[in-house]
Ligand binder design. Sequence first.
Ligand code: FES
Length: 355
Amino acid sequence: MAVRKLAPEEIQPDSFTFSSENMAFVAQQIAKYPPGRQASAVIPLLWRAQEQAGGWLPRKAIEKVAELLDMPHIRVMEVATFYTMFNLEPVGKYFIQFCGTTPCALRGAGDIKKVLERRVGEQNHVSADGNFSWLEVECLGACCNAPMVQINDDYYEDLTTENFEKLLDDLAAGRPVKKGSQVGRRSSEPQGDVKTLTDPHLYDGSQVGAWRKRFEEEAASTASAGEAAAATASAPSTPKPAKPEAGRAIESEAADTPAKRAKEGEAPISQTERKEASDGKRATAVEARTEDAAKPAPQSDKSYVATPSKPSGGAPTPDAPSTPVAGTPPSDTPQRRDGSESKPDVTLDKSNKPS
Ligand code: FES
């Protein structure tokens, strides 16, 4: 990359002022950011200053942007000299950015460069008629249509020495030119015959959703096969007959209705019987639930005492209570530490029978 430095003093303008239209743009850009953060608008302001100055940034334009954004001059100078999108010296009416990166180089960019050198001269140099200047840049992202150049804001692709010379002639003469591919290819589709995706059904809409339909059919067939297998595995050898009333509401007669009484020959309920039935005093008394009644009854008034760990590792000790003999009166049993009665002591004889 060439050294990026400001143009010589002798070609620097004495002043720079944004036009009223561009000042409105400047105010709009600054308003995008909160107070104290207006420096964030430095790149759009430099870009607009470059456009107004004819494609390059004079020193005075850089300083004007710094003043508008309340930034030190050197900070804006750093931005302007860092980004190659900012030209620091005058450019031609048609500023050509020539891509010399590998894909373009493999497709003949070297020949395009020779045309530029012959017709325009060295890069960063404006032609004698003021129409052209050029600069070699890195990949511009149109490698599919290499080799290519960018002229001002537009791409010109699929260049050959012949069509590029003609392009320069037309631009110099002010004739309309074709942007994009210079060999008539659309976008970045294959050059020459199309060899892939040639099925016309791909473009008539008949394939829309076909993939989904195929997946749905596969899923449905898998599910039905699984259900059939599950039904076969779970079906009993002699299936029970289905209950005819299964799933239906059970019809039952009301318990005690005038119609039922009349049907069964009983007398209807008299007014006296109704009154007695509704008498609260004759109703079954329900004890009111008191707070004490709501509490659970205490199990005992003794607190829990943890059993001490056995020093013998769980083996019975001589004085430890053992299994009581059936039929021993509870009153004869010793008291536990917690005060409750334990089961009676049992003494085993040598035959391991209770004595
Ligand atoms: S290499 Fe030239 S556009 Fe990518």
